[in-house]
Design a protein around this ligand. Structure first.
Ligand code: SER
Length: 271
C-alpha cells in the first residue's frame, strides 16, 4: 500500500519530470502578505510570480502546509476537513495553461496512482467552454460525469468576482472521487459533486488564474495566463488507501492508536 510519504513524493517527482522546480513549503504564517493571517493555499507564496513581478521560474510544484479558518467549524463533523493539512500543487506562471494542467492531473491520478476512471467526476465553471471541451474531447470524460457550477464552487477564490479578495483569481475545474451513493442522501442516485452528503470527495482544484481582481470587482487580465492547482494530500491518501475517512489513513492511525493506548492505560487513574 502506498503511504502518505510515498504519495507526496510521487506527486513532486511527477511534476519534476514535467520540468517544474520543486519549491519548499512556505511558512504557515506568511511574512509579506497582509491579506491573510495564515497560509491557506499553495499559491500564496507565488503571488509575485502570478503578478509578473518575479521571473525566477515559470513552473513550480510544492507540498504546502495550510490552515483554513473557514474550515474550523466543520472539523470533526466531516471525513474530509482538518485544522492543519498539506496541499499538493503545480503552478504555471505564464507558461502552460488549461490543456496541460488538465491532461497532467488526469495522467497523475489515473496513470501514476491508477485510480479507476469511472470513479472520477469533474466540475467546470458554467461559462468555461474551453475547459469543458478539453475534458470531453481530449480526456474523453463522459458528459454524465462533468458538471457545470457557478461562482461559489468554480471560481477561485470562491465568489471572488463579487466579494473579493483583491488579487490573482480565475475560473476553476475540480476533480472529485465518487465513494458511491449515500443511502441517506435526499437526492438519492441523482446526487452530484455539488451535494454535501459525503458521496463525493473534492480531491483536486485546477485554477486557471487569469485575472487580477481590483476594488469594485474589476477583473483586470493578468500579464500572462497562469495555473494554480491544489490537491489535499490527506483526501488523496484516503482515496488511494481505500478509506472513506481521511482519519483512517496511515497519517492518522499511528497517532490515534497512541491516543487510545494512553487513554486506556490512564483510565484506571482517573477520578
Ligand atoms: N488555490 C486553489 C485552492 O486552494 C488551488 O490551489 O483550492
Amino acid at each position: 500500500m502506498l503511504s502518505t510519504n510515498d504519495i507526496r513524493a510521487k506527486f513532486l517527482n511527477f511534476f519534476k519530470s514535467k520540468n517544474h522546480s520543486i519549491v519548499a513549503s512556505d511558512s504557515l504564517v506568511p511574512k509579506d502578505d497582509p491579506t491573510v493571517l495564515f497560509t491557506t493555499a499553495g499559491m500564496q507564496q507565488f503571488k509575485p510570480q502570478f503578478l509578473g513581478r518575479d521571473l525566477t521560474y515559470t513552473r513550480a510544484s510544492t507540498c504546502q502546509k495550510c490552515l483554513r479558518t473557514d474550515d474550523l467549524d466543520v472539523v470533526g463533523k466531516t471525513d474530509f476537513h482538518h485544522t492543519f493539512f498539506e496541499m499538493l500543487g503545480n503552478f504555471s506562471f505564464g507558461d502552460y495553461f488549461k490543456k496541460e494542467a488538465i491532461a497532467w492531473a488526469w495522467e497523475f491520478l489515473t496513470g501514476e496512482l491508477k485510480l479507476p476512471k469511472d470513479r472520477l467526476w469533474v466540475s467546470v465553471y458554467k461559462d468555461d467552454e474551453e475547459a469543458y471541451g478539453i475534458w470531453l474531447n481530449d480526456i474523453k470524460q463522459p458528459k454524465e460525469r462533468i458538471v457545470k457550477l457557478g461562482d461559489k464552487s468554480n471560481f477561485w477564490p470562491s465568489n471572488a468576482r463579487l466579494n473579493g479578495p483583491n488579487g490573482p483569481c480565475g475560473p476553476c475545474s475540480e476533480i472529485f472521487y465518487d465513494y458511491g451513493v449515500n443511502p441517506n442522501c435526499p437526492n438519492g442516485a441523482q446526487c452530484d459533486p455539488d451535494c454535501s452528503c459525503g458521496r463525493f470527495s473534492e480531491v483536486w482544484n485546477l485554477v486557471f488564474t487569469q485575472f487580477n481582481r481590483k476594488d469594485g470587482g474589476v477583473l483586470e487580465p493578468l500579464p500572462a495566463k497562469n495555473i494554480d492547482t491544489g490537491m489535499g494530500l490527506e483526501r488523496l491518501v484516503a482515496v488511494v488507501q481505500g478509506k472513506k475517512s481521511n482519519y483512517e489513513t496511515d497519517n492518522f492511525t499511528a497517532i490515534l492508536s497512541v491516543i487510545k493506548e494512553t487513554v486506556k492505560s490512564n483510565s484506571g487513574t482517573m477520578t
